[in-house]
Ligand binder design. Structure first.
Ligand code: AMP
Ligand code: TRP
Length: 344
């Protein structure tokens, strides 16, 4: 047992950079909504400070943040049941991130593949924030002593680092079990949705080709076109997953279908075995439109009321602070920092 005495608490975060894709939806948000329905303590955060590790136009950042809230609400997150807020409104995230910058080792951060990917060839020109991104992420999670973190597969390494930071803090300061060692929840058929143009590449908001992804605000026609044009192969669908291992594009479409319909990929293959893509693709498009279009309609309605969106974030951040403030007070005490007493 790694987390004795820590009660189950879910935390996850998402960056306000561009439209949500079906990858974000299936890999993360759809599962967040499920966990919320299980009446577990769920905290979801729009990580605007993480977005700032790469240049963002200030006005666009605010807009993207509000747009993301609208998408999350449209996907079924309920501010009455989950705590939903933006990271920068709760200063504990930045405060704890600094402490963790002093706990984490440069060698650990040097191994992070997301930094290598995002920094590209000229690493010297990347922001210090981009390098320290994972310590802020660890702070997001541990500011609430969260025990479980639902994410897509790309975040696994960051979660391992979070556990390393929690362990080292507990060990260095001799506060055994103070921070839990949070566990990633990487589950389901769509933990890594791939690009529709290249089955070896992750579907991403930032891919230059819009035809590589399905966005949650794409309309019926566009979804149909994108699925029709999605790269596949000339062979019919087999009846077992093993035979799809060498066919990444085909596997990806099966996984998307499975995740959208809450079935296993095996069950989907049994349904479609022997069928060609000209049969399967329209079925996939229909299912996608059925699930995505109601979300984008709700999103548009919600976006008409930015003051409601802002009030959701403000209320959420008050709730978040109720949990995080006592924890950071304890951290400062443990580290030996003198603080003025809080006004209640
Ligand atoms: P980001 O857009 O990078 O802030 O990611 C938000 C969440 O979506 C994280 O939990 C990611 O792991 C997840 N995610 C992003 N892209 C994909 C993808 N292509 N497939 C599955 N999950 C994804
Ligand atoms: N790094 C995550 C991503 O790019 C976003 C994120 C920030 C996050 N803080 C988090 C995810 C805390 C889970 C928990 O997708």
């Amino acid at each position: 047992m790694e987390n004795p005495s820590h009660s189950k608490r879910i935390f996850s975060g998402i960056q306000p950079t561009g439209n949500l894709t079906i990858g974000n939806y299936l890999g993360a948000v759809k599962r967040w909504v499920k966990l919320q329905a299980e009446k577990i303590d769920t905290i979801y955060c729009i990580v605007d400070l993480h977005a700032a590790t790469i240049w963002q136009e200030p006005r666009e950042l605010k807009e993207s943040t509000r747009e993301l809230v609208a998408s999350l609400l449209a996907c079924g997150l309920n501010p009455e049941e989950s705590t939903l807020f933006n990271q920068s409104q709760v200063s504990v995230h930045s405060e704890l991130a600094w402490i963790f910058n002093c706990v984490a080792r440069i060698g650990w951060l040097n191994r992070m593949t997301q930094f290598k990917d995002k920094a590209g060839k000229d690493r010297e020109k990347a922001s210090v924030g981009l390098f320290a991104y994972p310590t802020l992420m660890a702070a997001d999670i541990l500011a609430y002593k969260a025990t479980h973190v639902p994410v897509g597969e790309d975040q696994k390494q960051h979660l391992e680092l979070t556990r390393d930071i929690a362990s080292k803090f507990n060990l260095d300061y001799k506060v055994r079990n103070f921070f839990p060692l949070p566990e990633p929840l990487i589950e389901g058929a769509a933990t890594r949705v791939m690009s529709l143009r290249d089955g070896q590449k992750k579907m991403s908001k930032s891919d230059p080709s819009d035809f590589s992804r399905i966005n949650l605000n794409d309309n019926n026609d566009l979804i149909n076109q994108k699925i029709k044009k999605a790269k596949t192969d000339p062979y019919p669908l087999p009846d077992s997953l093993v035979e799809l291992q060498e066919r990444p594009e085909a596997l990806n479409l099966i996984n998307i279908y499975a995740a959208l319909s809450d079935k296993t990929p095996e069950a989907v293959l049994i349904e479609f075995s022997g069928k060609t893509f000209s049969y399967f693709k329209p079925k996939l498009a229909e299912l996608t439109v059925d699930q995505i279009c109601p979300i984008s309609d709700k999103m548009k309605a919600l976006q008409k009321d930015p003051s409601y969106i802002d009030s959701v974030l403000e209320n959420g951040s008050v709730e978040a602070e109720k949990i995080a403030n006592p924890i950071i007070d304890e951290v400062y005490e443990i580290v030996g920092l003198i603080r003025k007493r809080r006004q209640h």
